[in-house]
Design a protein around this ligand. Structure first.
Ligand code: FAD
Length: 427
């Protein structure tokens, strides 16, 4: 097994291509857009946040979700029209509640392990992605939220992530621009932020330097595998093209489910829509009035990132409405209102709205591993934490492919860093 096709040029596909190319594979990556990272890896919350490792499979989330369904401007919106996919996804979400503790600990462990790879690759390849290592502050407006966070901290610690409780006074010292009254917070010094789009585009260029063939504008229509050979069929121009490889890796975000079905595998990824706004900080007062420390407002379910001197990103909300990328003004408004309330010195005249679909599995764990056919692999379903986890899951899947290939493939780049992961969430 020497040649491998990857489907998807978002963060998971590009990091996987990089990790495989370094192990000596002949990698071809197919991406339907003209550039890398044009779908969910375009304008997300920017947080590299091990401190957000808590999975949502918790009884309190279900109760909160039911209350939110009745509120127009709530962070959660579910289209009540039932579809088989949505219903089965929610049933599996509830069935995963007993795994809440184990999956939270495992996610924290993976997120911490991802850091050395993600930062190391950026340094090795000279990628500027507005990285800010200033920590992430989780903020709470009431005692109940703060108390729950204390319990979560114990699980994060079990996964290898220390974070500390901070008083409202300490919160002000950590981020002086934040306005409002708070009960308390939790600060994770070791977390960071950065621009996922810039990183993915930079790493895609590094992949090409390593010999990866990236085929943009390539819409993969059909995939097949015999177990030894895999075929990728494209819809390109007026005719269709077919390409054969030794192996196939699916990293297609919300497109992974349909491709997996063609290969006889079930990858239950639901498209959970989220929104972001990027506030252009056009004047000195706005630049001074926007936070440099990244925030997570637990009640509003919003996250923030400072991207360079002149951009401030705010992201959040979860919408269950199938494949729907429409940007709704009534979902963007609460994000702008939140900035106005928490950062009154920031001028919100120029705001760029965006919507993306999180490829979310019901147990909130990425699918990293083999399919039914011996030469089919998956690295997908990273949900709300794909930016945080991508580097470690790329290392994991590349190690798995390398093991499956046996001897005969020589590493193209020396000293691939050690992998600290293992395959998670098998079929
Ligand atoms: C509002 C919002 C905020 C977020 N904030 C954060 C955050 O702060 N921190 C964090 O860690 N994560 C965050 N996330 C999650 C993170 O952005 C995603 O998990 C991640 O971008 C998913 O990457 P991906 O490669 O799986 O999918 P994508 O980036 O969508 O890439 C999949 C690619 O596959 C291509 N593709 C699909 N099907 C085909 C086909 N048939 N043929 C050819 N190409 C195909 C698509 O064009 C696409 O480019 C956020 C997500 C959202 C929506």
């Amino acid at each position: 097994m020497q040649s491998i096709a990857i489907i998807g040029g978002g963060i998971t596909g590009v990091t996987s291509a990089y990790a495989l190319a370094r192990r000596g594979f002949a990698v071809t990556l197919f991406e339907r857009h003209r550039y890398a990272a044009m779908e969910t890896s375009f304008a997300n919350g920017g947080q590299l946040s091990a401190s957000s490792a808590e999975v949502w499979n918790h009884g309190s989330t279900v109760l909160k979700g039911l209350k939110w369904m009745l509120k127009a401007d709530a962070p959660l919106l579910v289209n009540p029209r039932p579809t088989w996919h949505k219903l089965s996804w929610f049933a599996e979400f509830i069935a995963a509640i007993p795994r809440y503790r184990a999956n939270t600990i495992e996610t924290a462990r993976l997120a911490v392990a991802a850091r050395e790879h993600l930062f190391g690759w950026a340094e090795a390849e000279g990628i500027d992605f507005d990285l800010k290592k200033a920590g992430i502050l989780h903020i709470y407006r009431d005692r109940a939220g703060f108390a729950h966070a204390g319990e979560v901290s114990k699980l994060l610690a079990a996964g290898g992530l220390p974070r500390r409780a901070v008083t409202p006074q300490e919160m002000r010292a950590i981020e002086p621009t934040l306005a409002g009254e708070y009960y308390g917070g939790y600060f994770t010094e070791s977390d960071a932020t950065g621009d996922i789009h810039k990183y993915t585009v930079g790493l895609a260029a590094a992949c090409e330097r390593l010999g990866v063939r990236i085929v943009y504008g390539a819409d993969v229509r059909a995939v097949r595998s015999t177990g030894q050979r895999a075929t990728v069929q494209l819809a390109q121009g007026h005719g269709s093209e077919e390409h054969a490889f030794d192996a196939l890796l699916v990293c297609a975000g919300v497109g992974s489910r349909a491709l997996a079905a063609q290969l006889g595998d079930r990858i239950n990824v639901y498209p959970v829509k989220g929104y972001s706004i990027t506030v252009n900080l056009l004047d000195a007062a706005s630049q001074a009035g926007a936070p440099t420390v990244s925030l997570l407002d637990d009640a509003a379910k919003l996250v923030t990132s400072r991207l360079g001197a002149d951009r401030f990103r705010v992201a959040g909300t979860a919408e269950f409405n199938g494949i729907d990328r429409d940007i709704r003004a009534d979902r963007i408004r609460p994000l702008v209102d939140w900035v106005n309330a928490c950062f009154p010195q920031v001028n919100t005249r120029q705001v760029v709205p965006w919507a993306g679909l999180r490829p979310m599995r019901p147990n909130m764990m990425p699918r990293v591993g083999r399919g039914r056919r011996a030469n089919v692999f998956y690295n997908t379903g990273h949900g709300h934490l794909g930016w945080t986890l991508s580097a470690i899951t790329a290392e994991m899947v590349a190690t798995l492919v390398r093991e499956a290939a046996g001897p005969g493939v020589r590493a193209a780049a020396p000293a691939a860093p050690a992998v600290h992961g293992r395959a998670v969430a098998g079929l």
